[in-house]
Design a protein around this ligand. Structure first.
Ligand SMILES: C[S@@+](CC[C@H](N)C(=O)[O-])C[C@H]1O[C@@H](n2cnc3c(N)ncnc32)[C@H](O)[C@@H]1O
Length: 313
């Protein structure tokens, strides 16, 4: 199992050298997200998701997919360039939702999110979650737990395994719970719990630039999170509007005639002609066929989304 080997490498590296958020970031197997840092609930409400829609989303922490299931969607296809996202989201996070009620979920997440939680406590929590995982994920996490325990003993360490495997901790748990549809209250969470066993979430490790090679589609909705901030890795200095248009045209091949692409999540948008994506040369004034929508208003932060409506046929 290459995934186990690669995850062991992340653990070893982070235990010996100290956690470095940039370590192997955005390679095909690197530290991942345990929670979304977006206001997912606001944008899903703005978009107006319907239960019969066919959706493709980036996986990341799984929060976009789980929120969609809490809104009634049963079949969701997901992708991510980072293979570890699958084990964190569809292995660990899914098991947390299946095992815990709302309050228990909150408590467990707090423990996982605390950098100072002891190795033994995390070990016990994850061990209790194993029966709630599909076999593939159970085998993975069991091997990771064993390895981590042996290594930490050898190195006289006592570190929270989750903090070794995530890109960043959740900064403010209250805001996080407010922003994620299925975590807003116990009722929505329970709806998700009931739907989750019957829902299908597929996953393919894939770069966004190769989606049309891997997914056949006819999607009504495609969610790309803030992947555009990282496409300088693909396009370098040529990360310009024509490149974005080319990518949109490619993605439209897997969309239904009136499908909607959530092209990008902007964390803080000041409505001046600033660069829309990190390290890109794409500006708000460039956008001809896309819409920028503000999803919440606060003087400091102004999260927004960029939408592209397909008009085929
Ligand atoms: C852009 S990140 C940031 C977290 C995000 N804001 C959230 O709330 O989940 C989301 C996910 O995109 C993935 N990703 C980044 N670049 C990608 C690419 N070129 N193709 C596919 N997935 C990518 C990362 O691995 C990560 O899991």
């Amino acid at each position: 199992m290459m995934e186990v080997y690669k995850t062991k490498k992340i653990i070893t590296h982070n235990l010996i050298k100290g956690v470095n958020p940039d370590y192997q970031r955005l390679s095909s197997f690197s530290p991942t997200y345990i929670a979304s840092n977006e206001n997912v609930d606001d944008y899903l409400n703005l978009i107006g998701v319907k239960p019969n829609q066919k959706v493709l989303t980036v996986l990341a922490s799984g929060d976009q997919a789980f929120s969609l299931i809490s809104m009634g969607i049963k079949d969701i296809d997901t992708f991510d360039i980072n293979g570890l996202a699958e084990y964190m989201a569809l292995g660990l996070k899914r098991a947390m939702i299946l095992k815990y009620n709302y309050e228990e979920f909150k408590n467990a997440l707090e423990i996982f999110n605390d950098y100072y939680t002891k190795e033994a406590q995390v070990n016990e929590l994850i061990s209790d979650l194993l029966p709630f995982m599909d076999l593939k994920y159970r085998v993975f996490w069991q091997k990771i737990l064993n390895y981590n325990h042996r290594l930490q003993k050898l190195l006289f360490q006592n570190q929270n395994l989750i903090s070794l495997l995530v890109v960043e901790n959740i900064k403010d748990l209250n805001t996080y719970f407010k922003n994620i549809s299925y975590l807003k209250n116990a009722n929505v969470y329970d709806t998700l719990r009931h739907q989750l066993n019957d829902a299908n979430i597929s996953f393919k490790a894939c770069n966004v630039t190769k989606l049309t090679e891997k997914f056949a589609g006819n999607y009504d909705l495609l969610i790309l999170s803030n992947i555009m901030d990282y496409l300088f890795l693909n396009y370098g200095l040529d990360w310009t509007y024509p490149k974005l248009l080319q990518l949109e045209q490619d993605l439209e091949k897997i969309m239904s005639p009136e499908g909607l692409i959530l092209l990008h999540y902007i964390f803080s948008y000041d409505f001046v002609d600033q660069k829309l994506f990190g390290f890109s040369h794409v500006y708000a004034k460039d956008l001809i066929d896309e819409e920028i929508k503000s999803i919440a208003n606060s003087p400091k932060e102004n999260p927004s989304i960029i939408l592209k409506r397909c008009k085929k046929g």
